[in-house]
Design a protein around this ligand. Structure first.
Ligand code: SAM
Length: 313
């Protein structure tokens, strides 16, 4: 099923918790309020299962820090059981050394691990925690466990842009599959620190010159630069109608809302009463289908027209 703008929904991004063991200075909190109340593994998998009727094929688990959910293994198993084709997770990686193999065994296919600096002090300044070594161990263990393609997420800011070359070198050295360069979004804390925003155009110019091959991914029309054994993907959502035109994502918030866009809190459908209501299985499925249909009907690109890039107002 496609929305009014011809865009399918194929990917469900699920916020498992707002609790985090890091405090990144730019955290966008997935565009959500700091809401209470967690969905159970069964509630999450039911939403995913009904979503499959509308085109959902993959689920990305996020947070907060998703590895802090004690029932993470059960969540992954439930999603696998309902037939989700690809389950991935975005994590800060700090607990991966002990968790990687268990997650793989439960059915997690791959991970994105956030790494914004290879300098210990700067890492602490950005994340609030002195944990660079543990994160590196986590990345290495995830590679060994086969959580691949393994992707590193690097949010580009004025604070850490000098780290970029080192991160590329490190990624190639240890055999990371992809490096994602993410533009800072003015969402959540990102709104308060948008003065750290760094344009990605000049980085892309260098990547274009170095790349043996450039591809444009269907998802968000993200450009992908192939340089040796590494793919560098550039994620540039701010003020970018092209990005929105290729959006195939719908979100499930921590407190049970179908959220149609990272940037929008007015385009959400609350489904908690459906999930927790005293309905028969058939009725619950029917109500969830209706909720998806409304969400798809109201879904719209946040940036519809070419706008002045990087205007902050
Ligand atoms: N705690 C996990 C982590 O660190 O990956 C998952 C949650 S985090 C909100 C998900 C991804 O969003 C991470 O890669 C993070 O770096 C990125 N992110 C957070 N705030 C952002 C912002 N303001 N702009 C761009 N990306 C951001």
């Amino acid at each position: 099923m496609i929305d009014r703008f011809g865009r399918p929904i194929e990917d469900l991004r699920v916020t498992l918790t707002h609790t985090c063991n890091f405090s990144c200075f730019f955290c966008h909190m997935e565009g959500e309020d700091n809401a209470q109340g967690l969905l159970t593994p069964q509630e999450i998998s039911l939403v995913a299962k009904v979503g499959m009727e509308y085109g959902i094929k993959s689920v990305k688990l996020t947070g907060g820090e998703p590895t802090l959910r004690r029932d993470l293994i059960e969540i992954i198993r439930e999603l696998k059981m309902v037939g989700i084709r690809e389950i991935s997770m975005t994590t800060n990686g700090v607990l991966l050394r002990s968790l990687a193999w268990k997650l793989k065994e439960a059915g997690l296919d791959r991970v994105n691990i956030s790494l914004h600096s290879l300098d210990k002090n700067l890492f602490k300044e950005i994340t609030g925690v002195d944990a660079l070594d543990k994160v590196i161990e986590g990345i290495k263990e995830a590679l060994k466990a086969g959580l691949r393609p393994l992707k590193l997420n690097f949010v580009v800011t004025k604070k850490n842009i000098t780290q970029l070359e080192k991160i590329i070198e490190f990624s190639r050295e240890i055999g990371v599959d992809e490096l994602h360069l993410i533009e800072l979004h003015p969402v959540g804390l990102g709104r308060n620190v948008f003065s750290y925003h760094e344009k990605l155009e000049s980085i892309e110019k260098i990547l274009r010159e170095k790349a043996e091959k450039v591809e444009i991914r269907n998802k968000h029309f993200r450009p992908r630069y192939y340089i040796g054994n590494l793919v560098i993907e550039v994620i540039k959502p701010y003020a970018n109608p092209i990005f929105c035109a290729g959006c195939n994502r719908i979100r499930l918030t921590v407190d049970g809302k179908l959220k149609t866009c990272l940037y929008r809190q007015d385009k959400e459908i609350d489904i908690i009463d459906i999930l927790r209501g005293n309905y028969s299985e058939d009725k619950k499925n029917e109500l969830l289908r209706e909720a998806y249909e409304i969400a798809i009907a109201i879904r719209e690109p946040n940036f519809k027209f070419k706008v002045e890039p990087y205007a902050t107002s």
